[in-house]
Design a protein around this ligand. Structure first.
Ligand code: FEO
Length: 394
C-alpha cells in the first residue's frame, strides 16, 4: 500500500501485462486504483479487476482488518473497478454501499445478489469523522453511472475514470514519474475514452472541478496528480473545447506504394508550408495511437487505394473508430490510387463528410496506377492549399 496522506492510502492493483483495453493499445499496462480512508468510519473507494483481488486485499490488510470497512463507495459500474465489489462486500459484511443513482441500477444488474446500495445525488455530502465527502456525478465520463468524490479537508478529488491514464508503475505520484510519458498517456486516454463526451467534461468541470479547491487528483487508473493538478485540468478544458493546432495527420494504407507516394508528397507540402504533418501508415500505427495524434489536429487526410470496389478494410476500420469517438469541427481530405474502378477515394470522402461539423474544403485526389510528375505536382499544390486553409482557419 502507499500512504498518500496520514490516513488515506492507495490500495489498488497494478496490471503490468495489460496490452489491450477494448481495442485501445495499452503499451504501458494499467492500474486499478482503490483508496482507503481510515477516519472514524473506514471507507473504501472503488475496487479492482477480478484477478487483482488478492493484491487489493493484501494491501488493505496491511492497514486494517478488511472486515472493519464501514463504507464502500463504488464510483463506477464497469468491472475494472467493480469486479470484486461482491467479494469485498462479503468480507466487509456490515459495510454500507454507495453509488450514483445510475450506478445503483447498473450494479444491481451486474451483481443481482448485492445488498442494498444507497444512491448519491449530485452534491450530496457524507461525514465520516473528521472528513467530509461530497459526491459529484460524472455522467457519461464515460458511462452514465460514473461518479467522483471530493474530500474537502484534504482537497482531494477521487475522480474515477476522469483524469486516468493507462500506466502500470511502481510509483504512484506524478512528481515521481516521467512527465512526458504521463501527459502522452493522459492524452491517449482522453482521445480514446473521453473525447466523445467533451460537453460532459465541461459540465463536470462546472460542478466538480472549478468550485472545489483541488490539491490532488486521485484517478482510478494510473498516476496520482499532486504536482501537475492545474496542468492536467487545463489540458482537459483545452481538449474538451476542441482546441486544435496547425497540425495535420495523414492516415493511409497502401498496396503498391502509390497511395503512400501521394501521402508523402502531401506531407512534404504541408511541412514546407509551416504545418506540422504526421504520416501514419495503418500497417504500422495503431488506430488508438492515431486518435491521440488527431486530438489536437486541424486536418485529417485519409488515403486508400481501391480494393474490391471499396477502400482498404484497414482504412474503413480507422474511419469507423474515428466516427465513434466523434471529434468535431476538423478539416478532412481524401486521396488515393486505383487501377480501374477507383471507388475507394469517394467512399473515404463520404465517410469524412459524415463526421460532425467537418469541413471538406478540397475535392478528393485520386491517381491511376502510379503517380507521375504531374500527379505529384498536383498533390503538392493541394497540400499548399490545405496549409493555407489551415492557417486562415486559426
Ligand atoms: Fe470505465 Fe476504468 O472503467
Amino acid at each position: 500500500m502507499v500512504k498518500i496522506k496520514p490516513n488515506i492510502y492507495w490500495v489498488g492493483g497494478v496490471d503490468w501485462n495489460l496490452r489491450n483495453f477494448h481495442g485501445y493499445t495499452t503499451e504501458e499496462g494499467s492500474s486499478y486504483n482503490s483508496y482507503l480512508i481510515t477516519d472514524e468510519k473506514v471507507v473504501l473507494i472503488d475496487t479492482v479487476k477480478d484477478y487483482l483481488y488478492d493484491e487489493m486485499i493484501d494491501r488493505i490488510s496491511r492497514i486494517i482488518d478488511p472486515s472493519k470497512i464501514d463504507i464502500i463507495i463504488s464510483n463506477h459500474v464497469e468491472m475494472d473497478h467493480s469486479g470484486v465489489l461482491p467479494k469485498i462486500a462479503e468480507v466487509a459484511k456490515n459495510a454500507k454501499l454507495y453509488a450514483s443513482p445510475q450506478g445503483v441500477i447498473g450494479l444491481k444488474e451486474h451483481f443481482p445478489d448485492l445488498r442494498e446500495i444507497t444512491p448519491c445525488e449530485e452534491g450530496a455530502k457524507l461525514n465520516i469523522g473528521k472528513y467530509n465527502l461530497t459526491f459529484h456525478l460524472a455522467k457519461m465520463l464515460h458511462w452514465p453511472d460514473n461518479m467522483a468524490v471530493y474530500l474537502e479537508e484534504e482537497r482531494i478529488l477521487f475522480s474515477n475514470d476522469a483524469f486516468g491514464q493507462h500506466i502500470a508503475s511502481s510509483v504512484r505520484f506524478d512528481d515521481e514519474f516521467s512527465e512526458d510519458m504521463l501527459f502522452r498517456q493522459a492524452m491517449k486516454y482522453y482521445a480514446n475514452i473521453v473525447q466523445c463526451y467533451n460537453a460532459q467534461v465541461l459540465n463536470f468541470a462546472k460542478t466538480a472541478i472549478i468550485p472545489n479547491e483541488i490539491d490532488m487528483i486521485c484517478p482510478s487508473h494510473g498516476i496520482i496528480y499532486r504536482k501537475y493538478v492545474k496542468e492536467i485540468i487545463s489540458k482537459y478544458i483545452e481538449w474538451a473545447n476542441n482546441t486544435v493546432k496547425n497540425k495535420a495527420v495523414i492516415v493511409y494504407d497502401t498496396m503498391w506504394q502509390s497511395t503512400e507516394i501521394l501521402a508523402k508528397q502531401l506531407q512534404y507540402a504541408l511541412e514546407e508550408n509551416g504545418i506540422e504533418a504526421l504520416l501514419r501508415n495503418l500497417e504500422y500505427s495503431h488506430i488508438s495511437d492515431i486518435m491521440t495524434d488527431v486530438l489536437d489536429a486541424s486536418l485529417v487526410a485519409v488515403g486508400s487505394p481501391t480494393l474490391n470496389n471499396n477502400m482498404l478494410p484497414t482504412v474503413s476500420a480507422f474511419l469507423c473508430y474515428l466516427k465513434g469517438l466523434a471529434p468535431s469541427e476538423r478539416m478532412g481530405f481524401a486521396f488515393g490510387s486505383y487501377g480501374w474502378g477507383g471507388q475507394g477515394t469517394g467512399f473515404v470522402n463520404e465517410a469524412l463528410k459524415s463526421l460532425n461539423k467537418w469541413d471538406i474544403p478540397i475535392e478528393p485526389v485520386k491517381v491511376r496506377y502510379i503517380p507521375n510528375k504531374e500527379d505529384l505536382l498536383n498533390m503538392h499544390k493541394t497540400g499548399e492549399s490545405l496549409a493555407e486553409i489551415i492557417k486562415k482557419s486559426k
